[in-house]
Ligand binder design. Structure first.
Ligand code: NAD
Ligand code: UDP
Length: 352
């Protein structure tokens, strides 16, 4: 029994997902009480295994954010939304509803509680950007009817809603734009580039670089992202965002493939596949606002972050124990069986 009163109560929507589970863990470590609300569309209870050591302060509730919800909390982190292209494109209407209705239901609760909301938007609001690096003042270049639109446009609209509740009701909403984030607990079959390349490399399967591989992304390690989200929640009511959160070190996708092959000691060949429609050609955050307003910048280099992520996938692939398998199956999402591991290559430790 927990005899010490927790510091604060937080609701984390999407708390069983990749970033959400790390955030829940960090809140619990800091002594807070956490209500994790999740439909388990792409997340799963297994992600909360580490957080479960704080079971007295953790409630995990299965709920779809497209339906209203009601709790007594001091603050809300809104993360519920599939984030990988293959997941959010599978049922575009559900993605739009999750993003928009999830934001509205979050805001209605926050309005009743007069509680702050940290809302996780995305670098996808910039689309295929014509400004580089991207500052928060850039309005973006999004195809409103393309395959990525269900995510991009609903995230843009959710941002609009955050600012409407702020101006209309004086609610302390805080919008963050997350750039590509990676780390342990990414779904091994979600098609995102870091998890895909690592799993392919560990299985000595071909590494699938889309297009020429010259498109760029900037990769932020998940611990840095969680640190930023915590800082945003601690800001005063006047802090609205939007604020870019990401690592400004930019890599070509082809370079990332080579790095992962080298670090895993894999024998995987690098092969080319067609570039998906509307795939952004470049992406790098300008994080001046985050530095100035939050005193934040990432501290985990790509080698260090990849080493930890590779170790996670090695363990997950080799273990493949029944309980882990069961939890890795999304319950409402497409079937993503855990990939088979053939001969896992050794992880080469490189200095970051
Ligand atoms: P994730 O898919 O691992 O986590 C999303 C979580 O939301 C999952 O646990 C899923 O089950 C849950 N969810 C989805 N639809 C739901 C619904 N209708 N009701 C309740 N729960 C639902 O993704 P992630 O990478 O952890 O992303 C978390 C948030 O950060 C998302 O809002 C995403 O748009 C944003 N984001 C992430 C990245 C990134 O690189 N990881 C980049 C930009 C923005
Ligand atoms: N990508 C790739 N091979 C893959 C998966 C992704 O070359 O197997 C590329 C993809 O085309 C994109 C980049 O990697 O240019 C990042 O893709 P991801 O889906 O991780 O994120 P997003 O496109 O949403 O930034």
């Amino acid at each position: 029994m927990n005899l010490v009163a927790p510091q604060k109560r937080f609701l984390v929507t999407g708390g069983a997902g990749f970033i959400g589970s790390h955030l829940c863990e960090r809140l619990l470590e800091d002594g807070h009480y956490v209500i994790c609300l999740d439909s388990f569309f792409t997340g799963h209870r297994g992600n909360l295994q580490a957080a479960a050591r704080y079971a007295d302060n953790l409630e995990v509730i299965r709920h779809d954010v497209t339906q209203p919800f009601d709790f007594e909390v001091d603050g809300i982190f809104n993360l519920a939304c599939p984030a990988s292209p293959i997941h959010y494109q599978r049922d575009p209407i559900h993605t739009i509803r999750t993003s928009y209705l999830g934001a509205e239901n979050t805001l209605e609760l926050a309005r009743r509680l007069r509680a702050p909301v940290v809302h996780t938007s995305t670098s996808e609001v910039y689309g295929d950007p014509e400004q580089h690096p991207q500052t928060e003042g850039y309005w973006g270049n999004v195809n409103p009817i393309g395959p990525r639109a269900c995510y991009d446009e609903s995230k843009r609209c959710a941002e609009t809603l955050m600012f409407a509740y702020r101006s209309h009701y004086g609610l302390p909403t805080k919008t963050v734009r997350i750039f590509n984030t990676y780390g342990p607990r990414m779904h091994p079959n979600d098609g995102r580039v870091v998890s895909t390349f690592i799993v392919q490399a560990l299985q000595n399967k071909p590494i699938t670089v889309f297009g020429a591989g010259t498109q760029t992304r900037s990769f932020c390690y998940v611990d840095d992202m969680v640190d930023a989200l915590m800082r945003v929640m601690k800001t005063g009511d006047e802090f609205s965002g939007p604020v870019n959160l990401g690592n400004p070190v930019e890599l070509e996708v082809g370079q990332l493939a080579e790095l992962i092959v080298e670090m895993t000691g894999s024998s995987s060949p690098i092969i080319r596949k067609p570039l998906p429609q509307d795939d952004p050609r470049k992406r790098r955050p300008d994080i001046s606002v985050a530095k100035a307003e939050l005193g934040w910048e990432p501290t985990t280099g790509i080698h260090d972050g990849l080493t930890r992520t590779i170790a996670h996938f090695e363990e997950a692939l080799v273990a493949r124990s029944a309980p882990i398998m069961a939890t890795l199956e999304p319950q409402a999402a497409p079937s993503h069986p855990m990939p088979e591991v053939r001969q896992p290559a050794k992880v080469t430790q490189l200095a970051s």
